[in-house]
Design a binder for this molecule. Sequence first.
Ligand code: BJ8
Length: 432
Amino acid sequence: MSDPMETYGEMWEALGMNLRAHCALLEAIPQMYQGAYLGQEGRPEGMKYFDFVVSEIHGLRIQELMEHKAKGGKVVGTFCLYVPEEIIRALGALDIGLCAGAEWGYNEVEKVLPRNTCALIKSFVGFKMDRVCPYVESADLVIGETTCDGKKKAYEIFGEMAPLYVMELPQMKRPNDMAAWRGEIDRLVVTLEELTGNKVTAENLSAAIAEVNGKRRALQRLNAARAADVVPISGKDALLAVQVAFYDDVPRFTQMVNAIADELEQRVADGVGVAPASAPRILVSGSPMAIPNWKVHDIIEKSGGIVVAEEMCTGSRYYDKLTPEDGETLDDLLDGVAEKYLDINCACFTPNTARFDDVIRMAKENKVDGIVHYALQFCAPYQIEAYGLEKAAKEAGIPVLKIDTDYSMEDIGQLSTRVEAFLEMVKEPAAV
Ligand code: BJ8
C-alpha cells in the first residue's frame, strides 16, 4: 500500500493540519480496525467496501471534499442528528457528520474542559485543538446544537477555533416547542443560504429529501436482515455502515448498502450466518458510538454474543424515520423536515418515554435475549435515563446490563467479565 503521507501529505498540509500528530492518529486507526474487524469470520463480501473506506478514512473522501470546494461548493460539519442534512444538500453543500470517537489531545483539552466531561465532547475539542481531523479542518461551517449542557458550553470554546453556528433545540415536544423548532429551521435556511449563495426551493429540497431517504431505506434493509434467526452480519459491521453513513458520498453509499442488503437477504434465504444459532442476541442502546469507537460491540461479540440492533444515534435513531416526501410547497416540505427531526428520541428531551417504546419494540422485532445499555461516563442524559429504560425492559421481561465507559481500553478486562456473565445469564435465565 502506498504511503498516505506521499499521496495526501500536501492536501493535509494545505488544510493547516498538525502533520506529526495526524500521523500518530492515522497509525492507530488501522490497528484498532484490524483488532476489531479483520479477524471476523464469514463477513459479507460487501463489507470490503467499508474496509476500503476505513483504509482511506482521511484520504479519498477528503480529496472529494476538496474537489467540491475547488468548484465553489461548501462543506458543512455537524455533530448531532438533529441537524437536517436535507437542507444542507438542497443548497449544493456537502454535509459531514464529525466523528469524535477517539481519545485525543486530552492533556490540552483538560486545560479548557473539566476532566469529568464526556469522552465525545473531549474528543471533538481535542481533534480541533490538535488539528488532526481533516473533516473539521475542511468545514466552511460547523453546526452545533443546544442538546446537552456539556456540548452547549463546549461549543463556546470550539467556536473560538472554527466557524460555528448553533441551533437552539427545544428539550420538550409540545406544540409550542414545535413552533420554536420550526423557526430554528427557517433560521438555519437563512444561514446556509448566506454561506452557499444558493436558495432552498421546493425542487432542490424535494430532491435532497428523496436522496437522503434513499440512504435511510438502504440502512433499513440492511438492518431488517438482522432480525433473522440466523444473523447474516455482525453487529460491528452493521454499526460501521451507520458510522460511515455520516460522511460518505450519498449516492455511492446508498448503492453499496443496497448491494450488501441484497447479499444479506440471500444469506438469510440460504441460512448463512455469522454466529451460531445459540449465540445470545443483544440490542445495544444509549449514547452514540462515533468512529473509531467499536469497543462495546467488540467486547459483546468476542464474548460470544451477537448484536442484532442498535437504538442509538449511530443506529436506528438515524435511519428508522423518513422525512415526508409529499409536500407540494417549500413550506410544506420544511414542516415535514421539522417534524421528522423533532421526532428523534434523544435523552436530552424530557419526557423521553418514546425511546423506551422504541427499544422494547426493537427488542421484540429482533427477538433479543438481552439489552446492553451503553452510556459514556459523565453523560448525565443517558446515564440517568438508563433507570427508566431498565424499568420498561423489566416490565417487558428483558434483562438489561448497564455499562458506563469511555474511549480508553483500560476497563476492557472488567467489562468483558461483566458482559460474559450477562450473556451466560440471558442464555440460561432459569439458572439465575
Ligand atoms: S441526538 S445523543 S448526537 S445530542 S454523550 S455529548 S449527550 S454528554 S451526543 Fe447526541 Fe444529538 Fe442526542 Fe444523538 Fe452530551 Fe451525552 Fe456527551 Fe452526547
